[in-house]
Design a protein around this ligand. Structure first.
Ligand code: SAH
Length: 436
């Protein structure tokens, strides 16, 4: 099959400044345009967060508008003393009244998007030089609140979760076509956050020809993805680097028996098998995900080492660790991977989530042999790394196990963390060895 690969050699990041359509410096006409933009004045004390780089301006931070603004339009933002802070997209329907786009006077035109996408790609080329599939734009992480673009080989997947970005989809598509020459672009806009912006669901191929199915290469392994119907925008790209790092741990324990809980289509399972595990058992509650996982194992010649089971991990772990009085659970795994979905949608759900995390860790630790490895992840922004570790330690205490921490994980670098925007940091992971 002849597959058109985007020519990454042509993504010369160092030529950005000289790109004629990508000049971020404002021309006098842009200044004129900006002066006519409606101005959102902030209340005293509300400017610092914006100055530090946080793009969200809540309704409660707004003092007043100097003239009416249309939802989805560009506005300029100033502090209460009329000092210019930048420009952003306005939406009176959203609790986030303004999503800042830039601290300068920019027009939200194709040149702006082209330059912003090129800057984002430069980060990926620097930190994921060998990846052919990755998140090209990660919203706030790339100072493009409301825009996510994923690259799966030669197909792009787009999500626009703010009205301002959604309106500019044609400009964004043109910029993406120019930079990446994709075979097709798919829209995956059936996300709940669009409702808060007054946007309807949308899903489908919006450029080029594509039936939805694609074989994606991650770290030398092949994964079949369904870009029109799969979870997320197709794969959990934020784990790309961690797959390799967990594989590295498994490579150090020959003939390991591995359990991959919440496996989805086998990201960790296949990397573990490839790294030399004797056997990997992968569990996910989604029938389609485990079926795809089994197909992926076969496509990589790893089917003899992998088994996939559709089950609820909570029930499965419980059944495996139920012991009659005076009976002991026999630990039988050298490595357990836990990568559950976020159990928290908001802060109020945290206590329940922590109970859930504790439960699965307690049971996983009972199944781990002494000397074995637990690699565990938490993708909830509301549970920070310290709280997550505390839960694991509480589980270890109850299981009477002592742990040695050997690795700390974060999200892959195509999901950049901007500390001034705490919401950009959500995935954390820890690996422990069971000392006794
Ligand atoms: N480790 C995966 C990503 C996991 S995302 C990867 O790297 O690709 C979380 C997964 O947990 C989803 O596939 C979802 O179907 C599954 N899931 C959610 N709740 C579950 C439960 N109670 N039992 C089993 N699987 C569950």
């Amino acid at each position: 099959m002849a597959v058109h690969q985007p020519d990454f050699a042509s993504l010369d990041c160092f030529s950005l400044a000289s790109s004629p359509t990508a000049n971020r410096k404002s021309s006098p006409s842009v200044y004129k345009l900006m002066d006519s933009l409606p101005t959102v004045l902030l209340k005293p004390g509300e400017a610092d967060r914006v100055l530090a780089g946080h793009p969200w301006i809540y309704q409660g931070s707004v003092l007043r508008l100097t003239q009416p603004a249309q939802d989805g339009d560009l506005v300029q933002v100033k502090d209460h003393r009329q000092r210019f802070l930048g420009v952003g997209f306005f939406n009176s329907k959203s609790k986030i009244h303004v999503r800042m786009l830039a601290p300068e006077r920019v027009a939200a035109d194709e040149a702006f998007f082209e330059q912003a996408v090129r800057s984002a790609i430069a980060v990926r080329i620097k930190h994921l030089p060998n990846a052919t599939s990755f998140r090209v734009v990660n919203a706030e992480s790339d100072f493009l609140s409301g825009l996510v673009v994923d690259k799966y080989e030669d197909v792009l997947v787009l999500q626009t979760s703010s009205l301002g970005m959604d309106r500019r989809k044609p400009l964004i598509l043109d910029a993406l076509q120019r930079i990446l020459s994709p075979r097709a672009i798919v829209e995956r806009n059936e996300i709940s956050s669009r409702k808060f912006e007054g946007l309807p669901d949308a899903n489908g191929v919006i450029a080029g020809q594509f039936d939805g199915r694609l074989a994606v290469q991650l770290n030398g392994l092949q994964f079949e993805v369904d870009l029109l119907g799969g979870q997320k925008t197709g794969l959990y790209l934020d784990q790309q680097v961690n797959y390799q790092r967990v594989g590295g741990l498994i490579a150090r324990s020959p003939e390991a028996q591995v359990l991959d809980c919440f496996s989805f289509i086998g990201g960790f399972a296949l990397h573990a098998a490839q790294a030399g595990a004797a056997h990997v058992h992968a569990i996910d509650q989604s029938e389609e995900a485990v079926a795809a996982g089994a197909r992926n194992a076969a496509a990589n010649g790893l089917e003899a080492k992998c088994s996939f089971e559709a089950a609820n991990v909570f029930d499965w772990l419980k059944a495996q660790t139920m012991a009659k009085p005076h009976e002991k659970v026999i630990p039988r795994f050298d490595c357990v991977i836990l990568d559950p979905p976020s159990f928290t949608r908001n802060r109020s759900a945290v206590p329940d989530a922590l109970r859930g995390y504790k439960e699965i860790h307690l049971r996983a630790l009972k199944l781990l042999k002494t000397g074995g490895t637990l690699a565990t992840f938490c993708c909830s922004h509301h549970v920070d790394a310290a709280t997550f570790q505390d839960v694991i330690l509480a589980a270890a205490f109850d299981a009477r196990r002592t742990l040695r921490r050997v690795t700390v994980y974060s999200q892959s670098p195509d999901h950049p963390v901007i500390p001034a925007i705490p919401e950009t940091e959500y995935l954390k992971g820890l690996a422990f060895e069971v000392v006794r």
